[in-house]
Design a protein. Structure first.
Length: 111
């Protein structure tokens, strides 16, 4: 599912299982362990209970869409509560900017 689809109608998918695929942009430990994932259409938060992925990793995340105020936070957020994660295998260079396997041209276009 594209992140833009989740952003366009989040209440329709609230508390439902969703899958997003993209590149990890940043990781954080506070106020809870989470990371940002970006696809070609947008960026969103993913909360995890396991080790954080490394920035630049191209991953697929399955989990439940949460909309609310997470514990330790003071603002409402939309995020994926990660249940499973898999790394996207590459046999060729990736066109998604920021991916550790991105082509040089896609990196230059974003600059």
């Amino acid at each position: 599912m594209l992140i833009s689809q989740l952003n366009a109608d989040p209440l329709r998918r609230k508390d439902k299982n969703v899958t997003v695929t993209g590149v990890v942009r940043a990781t954080y430990q506070t106020p809870f362990a989470f990371f940002t994932i970006e696809d070609a259409t947008g960026t969103m938060f993913c909360r995890t209970n396991v080790e954080l992925p490394l920035p630049g990793a191209h991953i697929k995340v399955d989990g439940k869409l949460f909309i609310g105020i997470p514990e330790g936070c003071s603002l409402p957020l939309m995020l994926v509560d990660e249940k499973t994660r898999s790394y996207v295998a590459h046999t060729n260079a990736c066109g998604l900017n920021g991916c550790e396997f991105a082509t040089k041209n896609s990196q230059e276009i974003a600059a």
